[in-house]
Ligand binder design. Structure first.
Ligand code: AMP
Ligand code: GLY
Length: 429
């Protein structure tokens, strides 16, 4: 049996690494993969990104199942294409992926189905957007409508910041519109207070299998300071996802979403990620939907998965998710992202990485997942913003944190930056 994982980040390395444990497996192809997936036993990189070419490849190689990591191919309709060609694939259709690819779609959908989320208004015209900000005041949140790799959101603490964000995101009207500006759309949202958690489930169109909870660290700097990133580290389980929060998230967010999408003729299949804001009053609101596993959440989550991932995926694609359960390692998993110089604005690439553990040094309770890495003249070099995710398992957050940070000591590349406090919200204060 052969499998295909699409993508090149840390999430895809973790997916492929996890799938390589499948009994009876011949190979996991990763398209296009990174230097980590190239070196891993049981994995093989294939340098294809074009959707039609990926479908041709899956057909020729008789791939049993394709799993899509990132949002871009999903939003471009890779699942629709594979299904039309009779190829098995796990992910949402282009229509269902709008839950992530359009904030406006997601917000209107949530309103139609009574799913708790921040109050919002959508604008494509500058003057009315500015007027709305003046009327609402700060703090307030401004989001670009389309996919923006975690960088299209400004949490404005002052009205001035909000106005500046609108000027950047919406084109000026009239003849003085800056060259190259495109008509855009923004969603302006009420600022939600509370603690965030990532709640990720598998969906087969009607049934839901929740994965272990996790918490991401979105800001670049220690103590949650500085600009937003794709995620600087994550751990699982997230303490804030108590059994009550879990039940509420399922009852008020996930199940109505799955039922609502089916009722609207866009049955949801694939991983569904609800970013939760958990208020002090116990309220649970949806900050965003993603139509995929989180990155870096997938790395700690999949390190804790004890069930066979392929069995779960195979049942999901067959519409039989109600017949399986997932079991989880009781330990804590925690991953620290090592990012390139200048991340998140314009990450520098081409820096040589030294001190990576060899495959022979592989340990049961840690793994270095690659993201933005590639091979050059026999050396591993940086090739993206988030370069590595050093992930460890341990009996508690403190021990796991220590284990992950000890592993980092040996790893080096010029300009390497990372947070020193991954897991801080789960530590005794
Ligand atoms: P998003 O891409 O929608 O997940 O937004 C990125 C980050 O911005 C989230 O993880 C939150 O930390 C923050 N954020 C987004 N929307 C809100 C909101 N309505 N209130 C407070 N913070 C928000
Ligand atoms: N880590 C956040 C995300 O994957 O969107």
């Amino acid at each position: 049996m052969k499998l295909l994982v699409i993508g090149s980040g840390g999430r895809e390395h973790a997916l492929a690494w996890c799938l390589a444990k499948t009994p009876g497996l011949q190979k996991v192809f990763v398209a296009p993969g990174n230097a980590g997936t190239a070196a891993e036993r049981g994995l093989e990189n294939v340098d294809i990104t074009d959707l039609d070419a990926l479908a041709d490849f899956a057909e020729e190689e008789k791939v049993s199942l394709t799993i899509v990591g990132p949002e871009a191919p999903l939003a471009a309709g890779i699942v629709n294409l594979f299904r039309t060609r009779g190829l098995k694939i796990f992910g949402p259709s282009k229509e269902a992926a709008q839950l992530e690819s359009s904030k406006d779609f997601a917000k209107r959908f949530m309103t139609r189905h009574g799913i708790p989320t921040a109050r919002f208004a959508s604008f494509s015209e500058r003057a009315s957007a500015h007027a709305y900000v003046d009327q609402q005041g700060a703090p307030i949140v401004i989001k670009t409508d389309g996919l923006a790799a975690g960088k299209g959101v400004v949490v404005a603490m002052t009205v001035d910041e909000a106005h500046a964000a609108l000027d950047r995101m919406l084109p000026a009207e009239g003849p003085r519109a800056p060259k190259g500006s495109r008509p855009g759309q923004v969603v302006i949202e009420e600022f939600l207070e509370g603690e965030e958690a990532s709640f990720i489930v598998m969906v087969d169109g009607k049934d839901v299998l929740p994965l272990a909870s996790s918490q991401d660290h979105k800001r670049i700097g220690d103590g949650d300071t500085g600009p937003n990133t794709g995620g600087m580290g994550a751990y699982s389980p997230a303490l804030v996802v108590t059994p009550e929060v879990h039940a509420k998230a399922m009852r008020e967010i996930i199940l109505p979403t799955v039922r609502g999408m089916a009722a609207e003729g866009m049955p949801y299949t694939g991983f569904l990620y609800a970013g939760l804001m958990i208020g002090k009053d116990g309220s649970v609101k949806t900050v965003e939907f993603n139509c995929r596993l989180g990155d870096p959440e997938a790395q700690p989550i999949l390190m804790r998965l004890k069930s066979d991932l392929f069995t779960l995926l195979d049942h999901a694609v067959a519409g039989k998710l109600d017949q399986v359960e997932a079991s989880w390692d009781r330990r804590v998993a925690l991953g620290v992202v090592l990012a390139a110089a200048n991340y998140p604005s314009t990450p520098r690439t081409g820096d040589v990485i030294s001190g990576l553990p060899k495959a022979s040094e592989d340990s049961e309770d840690s793994h270095v997942f690659h993201a933005g890495t590639s091979e050059r003249d026999g050396q591993t070099v940086t090739a993206g913003g988030r370069v590595l995710c050093v992930t460890a398992l341990g009996d508690n957050v403190k021990q796991t944190q220590k284990r992950a940070y000890n592993l980092i000591i040996g790893i080096h590349f010029d300009g390497m930056q990372y947070r020193h406090d991954i897991g801080h919200r789960a530590m005794p204060r």
